[in-house]
Write a protein that binds this ligand. Structure first.
Ligand code: NAD
Ligand code: UDP
Length: 330
């Protein structure tokens, strides 16, 4: 039985990856310090004999007994609100966390994949973004803690690949959404859906002309799985190339939720990228991958999920839920 370590397991993407790798018949070790994650995302996996959870901060020495075929480093605050609140932890998990996990991968002879991001392109001057574009990043602006941590993460991963011959993969993830996003993490989709469900105005930042391209989580997970199983070690964009302005996105959410919320305009955060759209030619060619889920379908599934949550979750200040009560750690 193949064994995989997934960091950030209690987060949005990590929890979906744990599910997928269990379905593939692997033994999954989820690791998380719950700084932005939530045990409720993986509660349902705890009874599975092929799953174990390790409550640990990966910026500290990482010890995992036994063999590891794959290490997937997905731990990192990911929403602008989160990483503005905890910039130093964000830098540390990208730098020290990645270094620790690369060391572990070397010791265990594991294949290693990191969750990089479209943020490595910054506020891009090339559109759509291809993997060979080096980016336009402000290292000292508020987003610098995240963007530069991710750029360093790519650099050290390539160094371990070139110097130590480690098998490495780099996925550059573009805006992804789906069930188990945190309603209050400030990212645009949970922000808009939470506002609609609470009957609040929809807050569009700037004039709403900035663009994003939203990928449904199942499509992303399929792309990541294919990349990990491939023999390609340079970065690959995974995302949905269907681009939309944030203003249009707000209208779509209002239509979907059937609410009559008003749109209100708030100042655009500093260094907010004006446009973002993945060029996925590489993923198509190398992995035979492209997204399958339309925005209409993905948004409906996600909205149904948010609607199914107990009402009080709509008003949670912070979802931080400690490890107490989850004694199934093996
Ligand atoms: P998330 O905040 O839901 O999950 C991140 C998880 O990492 C959380 O459970 C958190 O507690 C954990 N974590 C953070 N620091 C840690 C540490 N030091 N030790 C152990 N665990 C720690 O975010 P997400 O959206 O699931 O993002 C997962 C990864 O994917 C991140 O690396 C992020 O940068 C990357 N990514 C996500 C997107 C997206 O659209 N969701 C886009 C680009 C990149
Ligand atoms: N945004 C917005 N209203 C909100 C939250 C976000 O208009 O309540 C905008 C934000 O300024 C950005 C886009 O939506 O232009 C996507 O923001 P998000 O935080 O989801 O991710 P980003 O792609 O900026 O990392």
């Amino acid at each position: 039985m193949k064994r995989v370590l997934i960091t950030g397991a209690a987060g949005f993407l990590g929890s979906h990856l744990c599910e997928r790798f269990l379905k593939e018949g692997m033994y999954v070790i989820g690791m998380d310090n719950l700084i932005t994650g939530d045990m409720r995302n993986i509660e349902h996996l705890m009874p599975d004999p092929n799953f174990e959870f390790n409550h640990h901060d990966v910026t500290k020495y990482v010890h995992v007994p036994g063999e590891l075929d794959y290490i997937m480093h997905f731990a990192s605050p990911a929403s602008p609100i989160d990483y503005l609140k905890i910039p130093i932890q964000t830098l540390k998990v990208g730098a020290m966390g990645t270094h620790n996990l690369l060391g572990l991968a070397r010791a265990k002879k594991s294949r290693f994949i990191i969750a990089s991001t479209s943020e490595v392109y910054g506020d891009p001057l090339v559109h759509p973004q291809t993997e060979d574009y080096w980016g336009h990043v402000n290292p000292i602006g508020p987003r610098g803690c995240y963007d530069e941590a991710k750029r360093y993460q790519e650099a050290i991963t390539m160094a371990y690949h070139r110097y130590h011959g480690l098998e490495t993969r780099i996925v550059r993830i573009f805006n992804t959404y789906g069930p188990r996003m945190r309603l209050n993490d400030g990212r645009v989709l949970p922000a808009f859906m939470g506002q609609a469900l609470r009957g609040e105005d929809i807050t569009v930042f700037g004039d709403g002309s900035q663009t994003r391209s939203f990928c449904y989580v199942d499509d992303l997970v399929e792309g990541i799985y294919r990349l990990l199983m491939s023999d390609y070690s340079l970065p690959v964009n995974i995302g949905n190339p269907k681009e939309i302005t944030i203003g249009q996105f707000a209208e779509e959410i209002i239509k979907l939720t059937g609410t009559d919320q008003k749109v209100v305009y708030k100042p655009l955060p500093q260094d907010d990228p004006k446009q973002r759209q993945p060029d996925i030619s590489k993923a198509k060619e190398i992995l035979g991958w492209e997204p399958k889920v339309s925005r209409e379908e993905g948004l409906r599934i996600t909205y149904d999920y948010f609607r199914s949550l107990p009402k009080e979750r709509l008003y949670e200040e912070s979802n931080h839920r400690g490890f107490e009560g989850f004694s199934a750690n093996k």
